[in-house]
Design a protein around this ligand. Structure first.
Ligand SMILES: [Zn+2]
Length: 286
Protein backbone atom coordinates (compact mmCIF):
# COMPACT_ATOMS: atom_id res chain seq x y z
CA UNK A 1 0.00 0.00 0.00
CA UNK A 2 1.49 3.35 -1.00
CA UNK A 3 0.80 6.31 1.27
CA UNK A 4 1.90 9.06 -1.11
CA UNK A 5 3.04 9.76 -4.66
CA UNK A 6 6.78 9.77 -3.94
CA UNK A 7 8.56 8.54 -7.06
CA UNK A 8 10.27 5.17 -6.78
CA UNK A 9 13.18 4.81 -9.19
CA UNK A 10 14.56 1.55 -10.43
CA UNK A 11 17.78 1.10 -12.41
CA UNK A 12 17.25 -1.55 -15.05
CA UNK A 13 19.55 -4.53 -15.43
CA UNK A 14 19.10 -8.00 -16.87
CA UNK A 15 19.25 -11.21 -14.79
CA UNK A 16 22.88 -11.50 -16.04
CA UNK A 17 23.66 -8.02 -14.73
CA UNK A 18 23.88 -6.30 -18.13
CA UNK A 19 22.81 -2.65 -18.07
CA UNK A 20 23.90 -1.07 -21.38
CA UNK A 21 21.04 -1.19 -23.83
CA UNK A 22 20.09 -0.33 -27.37
CA UNK A 23 16.51 0.92 -27.34
CA UNK A 24 13.83 0.57 -29.98
CA UNK A 25 10.75 2.47 -28.94
CA UNK A 26 7.37 3.14 -30.55
CA UNK A 27 6.40 6.46 -28.99
CA UNK A 28 2.74 6.64 -30.00
CA UNK A 29 2.10 3.27 -28.40
CA UNK A 30 4.58 3.35 -25.47
CA UNK A 31 5.90 0.01 -26.56
CA UNK A 32 9.56 -0.93 -26.83
CA UNK A 33 12.32 -3.43 -26.67
CA UNK A 34 15.93 -3.21 -25.45
CA UNK A 35 18.97 -5.20 -26.52
CA UNK A 36 22.14 -5.93 -24.56
CA UNK A 37 25.74 -5.99 -25.94
CA UNK A 38 25.51 -9.82 -25.85
CA UNK A 39 22.46 -9.58 -28.12
CA UNK A 40 19.77 -10.52 -25.61
CA UNK A 41 16.46 -8.70 -26.07
CA UNK A 42 13.91 -7.70 -23.44
CA UNK A 43 10.47 -6.17 -23.67
CA UNK A 44 9.90 -2.97 -21.67
CA UNK A 45 7.07 -3.24 -19.13
CA UNK A 46 3.99 -4.80 -20.79
CA UNK A 47 5.24 -4.36 -24.38
CA UNK A 48 5.10 -8.12 -25.08
CA UNK A 49 1.34 -7.85 -25.47
CA UNK A 50 1.60 -5.35 -28.34
CA UNK A 51 5.06 -5.58 -29.88
CA UNK A 52 4.52 -8.21 -32.59
CA UNK A 53 1.34 -6.62 -33.89
CA UNK A 54 2.94 -3.20 -34.05
CA UNK A 55 6.15 -4.20 -35.86
CA UNK A 56 4.43 -5.93 -38.75
CA UNK A 57 4.30 -2.76 -40.84
CA UNK A 58 7.43 -0.97 -39.63
CA UNK A 59 10.34 -1.99 -37.42
CA UNK A 60 11.31 0.84 -35.05
CA UNK A 61 14.89 2.15 -35.47
CA UNK A 62 17.52 2.13 -32.71
CA UNK A 63 17.32 5.28 -30.59
CA UNK A 64 20.38 7.53 -30.79
CA UNK A 65 21.80 10.20 -28.54
CA UNK A 66 22.74 13.54 -30.10
CA UNK A 67 26.38 12.42 -29.65
CA UNK A 68 25.56 9.49 -32.04
CA UNK A 69 26.01 6.83 -29.36
CA UNK A 70 23.19 4.27 -29.23
CA UNK A 71 23.74 2.66 -25.80
CA UNK A 72 21.83 3.80 -22.75
CA UNK A 73 21.44 3.07 -19.05
CA UNK A 74 17.76 2.88 -18.18
CA UNK A 75 15.95 4.05 -15.06
CA UNK A 76 12.21 3.64 -14.61
CA UNK A 77 10.39 6.16 -12.38
CA UNK A 78 7.21 4.77 -10.82
CA UNK A 79 4.54 7.07 -9.42
CA UNK A 80 2.31 5.14 -6.97
CA UNK A 81 -1.48 5.37 -6.88
CA UNK A 82 -2.16 6.46 -3.32
CA UNK A 83 -3.84 3.89 -1.02
CA UNK A 84 -3.24 1.01 -3.45
CA UNK A 85 -0.37 -1.29 -4.34
CA UNK A 86 -0.55 -0.01 -7.92
CA UNK A 87 1.18 2.59 -10.05
CA UNK A 88 -0.44 5.54 -11.74
CA UNK A 89 2.38 6.45 -14.09
CA UNK A 90 5.76 5.16 -15.20
CA UNK A 91 8.51 7.18 -16.91
CA UNK A 92 11.48 5.74 -18.71
CA UNK A 93 14.74 7.67 -18.56
CA UNK A 94 17.56 6.75 -20.91
CA UNK A 95 20.99 8.04 -19.99
CA UNK A 96 23.65 7.99 -22.72
CA UNK A 97 26.56 5.73 -21.75
CA UNK A 98 29.04 8.12 -23.44
CA UNK A 99 27.92 11.72 -22.72
CA UNK A 100 25.45 10.97 -19.87
CA UNK A 101 22.74 13.12 -21.46
CA UNK A 102 19.29 11.90 -20.33
CA UNK A 103 16.41 11.31 -22.72
CA UNK A 104 13.09 11.10 -20.91
CA UNK A 105 10.45 9.18 -22.85
CA UNK A 106 6.82 10.37 -22.60
CA UNK A 107 5.26 9.19 -19.31
CA UNK A 108 3.09 6.09 -19.54
CA UNK A 109 -0.25 6.21 -17.75
CA UNK A 110 -1.21 2.91 -16.18
CA UNK A 111 -4.98 2.52 -16.14
CA UNK A 112 -5.23 -1.08 -15.01
CA UNK A 113 -4.74 -3.10 -11.85
CA UNK A 114 -2.83 -5.05 -10.63
CA UNK A 115 0.31 -3.32 -11.84
CA UNK A 116 2.85 -4.32 -9.17
CA UNK A 117 4.34 -6.81 -11.66
CA UNK A 118 5.57 -3.85 -13.75
CA UNK A 119 7.84 -2.99 -10.82
CA UNK A 120 8.81 -6.54 -9.84
CA UNK A 121 9.57 -7.46 -13.45
CA UNK A 122 10.15 -4.23 -15.42
CA UNK A 123 11.65 -6.10 -18.41
CA UNK A 124 10.80 -9.50 -19.87
CA UNK A 125 13.12 -11.69 -21.93
CA UNK A 126 12.28 -11.88 -25.62
CA UNK A 127 13.68 -14.81 -27.56
CA UNK A 128 13.16 -13.29 -30.98
CA UNK A 129 12.13 -9.66 -31.40
CA UNK A 130 11.66 -9.69 -35.15
CA UNK A 131 9.03 -12.12 -36.39
CA UNK A 132 6.77 -11.60 -39.33
CA UNK A 133 3.59 -13.45 -40.01
CA UNK A 134 1.45 -13.57 -43.08
CA UNK A 135 -1.48 -11.23 -43.30
CA UNK A 136 -3.86 -10.79 -46.20
CA UNK A 137 -5.16 -7.58 -47.58
CA UNK A 138 -7.73 -7.25 -50.29
CA UNK A 139 -8.00 -3.74 -51.67
CA UNK A 140 -9.21 -1.83 -54.70
CA UNK A 141 -11.82 0.37 -56.33
CA UNK A 142 -14.65 -2.12 -56.02
CA UNK A 143 -18.08 -1.72 -57.56
CA UNK A 144 -21.11 -1.88 -55.27
CA UNK A 145 -21.80 -5.39 -56.52
CA UNK A 146 -18.28 -6.54 -55.72
CA UNK A 147 -18.38 -5.02 -52.25
CA UNK A 148 -21.76 -6.55 -51.49
CA UNK A 149 -20.65 -9.87 -52.98
CA UNK A 150 -17.67 -10.07 -50.60
CA UNK A 151 -19.65 -8.95 -47.56
CA UNK A 152 -22.53 -11.31 -48.23
CA UNK A 153 -20.18 -14.21 -48.77
CA UNK A 154 -18.86 -13.67 -45.24
CA UNK A 155 -22.19 -12.90 -43.58
CA UNK A 156 -23.60 -16.13 -45.05
CA UNK A 157 -20.85 -18.10 -43.28
CA UNK A 158 -22.48 -17.70 -39.88
CA UNK A 159 -20.09 -15.00 -38.76
CA UNK A 160 -21.19 -12.27 -36.37
CA UNK A 161 -21.29 -8.93 -38.17
CA UNK A 162 -20.51 -5.73 -36.29
CA UNK A 163 -20.27 -2.14 -37.37
CA UNK A 164 -18.28 0.74 -35.95
CA UNK A 165 -19.83 3.89 -37.34
CA UNK A 166 -20.31 7.60 -36.99
CA UNK A 167 -23.74 8.48 -35.62
CA UNK A 168 -24.20 11.90 -37.22
CA UNK A 169 -27.36 12.77 -35.27
CA UNK A 170 -25.65 12.42 -31.88
CA UNK A 171 -22.19 13.31 -33.20
CA UNK A 172 -20.46 10.25 -31.80
CA UNK A 173 -18.91 6.93 -32.74
CA UNK A 174 -21.01 3.83 -32.05
CA UNK A 175 -20.60 0.08 -32.25
CA UNK A 176 -23.32 -2.50 -32.81
CA UNK A 177 -24.16 -5.89 -34.23
CA UNK A 178 -25.80 -5.78 -37.65
CA UNK A 179 -28.62 -7.79 -39.18
CA UNK A 180 -28.29 -8.75 -42.87
CA UNK A 181 -30.59 -5.91 -43.76
CA UNK A 182 -28.60 -3.35 -41.77
CA UNK A 183 -25.36 -4.60 -43.31
CA UNK A 184 -26.82 -3.97 -46.74
CA UNK A 185 -27.88 -0.43 -45.75
CA UNK A 186 -24.41 0.42 -44.47
CA UNK A 187 -22.69 -0.97 -47.57
CA UNK A 188 -24.94 0.89 -49.97
CA UNK A 189 -24.61 4.17 -48.12
CA UNK A 190 -28.25 4.24 -46.96
CA UNK A 191 -27.22 4.14 -43.29
CA UNK A 192 -24.59 6.17 -41.44
CA UNK A 193 -20.98 6.28 -42.60
CA UNK A 194 -19.10 3.23 -41.30
CA UNK A 195 -15.58 3.37 -39.90
CA UNK A 196 -15.19 -0.40 -40.05
CA UNK A 197 -17.25 -3.55 -40.42
CA UNK A 198 -16.13 -6.73 -38.67
CA UNK A 199 -17.06 -10.27 -39.69
CA UNK A 200 -16.18 -12.22 -36.59
CA UNK A 201 -16.04 -15.87 -35.66
CA UNK A 202 -16.83 -15.01 -32.03
CA UNK A 203 -19.24 -12.63 -30.40
CA UNK A 204 -17.27 -9.48 -29.82
CA UNK A 205 -18.72 -8.82 -26.37
CA UNK A 206 -16.01 -11.09 -25.01
CA UNK A 207 -13.06 -9.36 -26.62
CA UNK A 208 -11.60 -6.24 -25.02
CA UNK A 209 -11.52 -3.83 -27.92
CA UNK A 210 -12.73 -0.48 -26.77
CA UNK A 211 -9.41 1.24 -26.16
CA UNK A 212 -10.55 4.72 -25.29
CA UNK A 213 -13.40 7.10 -25.21
CA UNK A 214 -12.69 10.75 -25.99
CA UNK A 215 -16.18 12.09 -25.34
CA UNK A 216 -17.16 11.32 -28.95
CA UNK A 217 -18.04 7.69 -28.41
CA UNK A 218 -16.06 4.49 -28.65
CA UNK A 219 -12.70 3.98 -30.29
CA UNK A 220 -11.97 0.44 -31.41
CA UNK A 221 -8.47 -0.98 -31.36
CA UNK A 222 -6.98 -0.77 -34.89
CA UNK A 223 -5.46 -4.24 -34.90
CA UNK A 224 -8.32 -6.24 -33.44
CA UNK A 225 -8.39 -8.45 -36.56
CA UNK A 226 -4.78 -9.58 -36.07
CA UNK A 227 -5.30 -11.73 -32.97
CA UNK A 228 -8.93 -12.71 -33.43
CA UNK A 229 -10.93 -14.60 -36.03
CA UNK A 230 -12.03 -11.44 -37.82
CA UNK A 231 -12.26 -10.16 -41.37
CA UNK A 232 -12.13 -6.39 -41.13
CA UNK A 233 -13.51 -4.09 -43.80
CA UNK A 234 -12.15 -0.57 -43.39
CA UNK A 235 -14.36 2.43 -44.02
CA UNK A 236 -13.89 3.42 -47.69
CA UNK A 237 -12.00 6.45 -48.99
CA UNK A 238 -13.26 8.55 -51.84
CA UNK A 239 -10.39 9.12 -54.28
CA UNK A 240 -11.24 11.91 -56.67
CA UNK A 241 -11.68 10.77 -60.29
CA UNK A 242 -11.14 7.11 -59.34
CA UNK A 243 -14.02 6.31 -56.98
CA UNK A 244 -14.36 4.52 -53.70
CA UNK A 245 -11.29 2.72 -52.42
CA UNK A 246 -11.95 -0.32 -50.19
CA UNK A 247 -9.70 -2.50 -48.09
CA UNK A 248 -10.28 -5.70 -46.17
CA UNK A 249 -7.69 -7.29 -43.85
CA UNK A 250 -7.41 -10.68 -42.18
CA UNK A 251 -4.90 -13.36 -41.24
CA UNK A 252 -4.98 -17.02 -40.31
CA UNK A 253 -2.18 -16.90 -37.71
CA UNK A 254 -0.83 -14.59 -35.02
CA UNK A 255 2.18 -14.29 -32.74
CA UNK A 256 1.64 -14.89 -29.04
CA UNK A 257 3.51 -13.01 -26.32
CA UNK A 258 6.25 -15.68 -26.23
CA UNK A 259 6.99 -15.16 -29.90
CA UNK A 260 5.34 -18.32 -31.22
CA UNK A 261 3.40 -18.23 -34.47
CA UNK A 262 0.02 -19.73 -33.62
CA UNK A 263 -2.66 -20.68 -36.14
CA UNK A 264 -6.18 -19.40 -35.51
CA UNK A 265 -9.04 -21.92 -35.28
CA UNK A 266 -9.25 -24.61 -37.98
CA UNK A 267 -12.65 -23.21 -38.93
CA UNK A 268 -11.30 -19.70 -39.42
CA UNK A 269 -8.23 -20.94 -41.34
CA UNK A 270 -10.37 -22.84 -43.81
CA UNK A 271 -12.69 -19.86 -44.11
CA UNK A 272 -9.78 -17.57 -45.05
CA UNK A 273 -8.75 -20.02 -47.79
CA UNK A 274 -12.29 -20.27 -49.15
CA UNK A 275 -12.71 -16.51 -49.03
CA UNK A 276 -9.51 -15.96 -51.00
CA UNK A 277 -10.70 -18.40 -53.66
CA UNK A 278 -14.07 -16.71 -53.78
CA UNK A 279 -12.61 -13.22 -54.10
CA UNK A 280 -10.23 -14.27 -56.88
CA UNK A 281 -13.15 -15.71 -58.79
CA UNK A 282 -15.29 -12.64 -58.16
CA UNK A 283 -12.72 -10.19 -59.50
CA UNK A 284 -11.89 -12.43 -62.47
CA UNK A 285 -15.50 -12.54 -63.54
CA UNK A 286 -16.15 -8.82 -63.18
ZN1 LIG B 1 25.44 10.89 -25.76
Amino acid sequence: MYQNEDVISKAIKTPDGEKDFQVRYIRDENVGIICTPTDKSFFLLDSADYWYDLIQEKYPPVMKCSCKNDRFHLTFDYIPRVDTGDFREISINCSCTVCQKVKRLPPIEIDYSPSAQLFDQPITFCKQPKIKYKTYSLAGYWSDDELIGLAEYLSNKNLFVYCWYWDSKNAKRCFKELSDEELHSFLTGKAERYLAIYFSEEELDNIPMQVASDGKGVIIQQDIWRKNGIFMLHGPFMIVSYGMFYQMEFCSEYIDRDGNIVPKSAHFCSLTKDFQKFSKQLFKNN
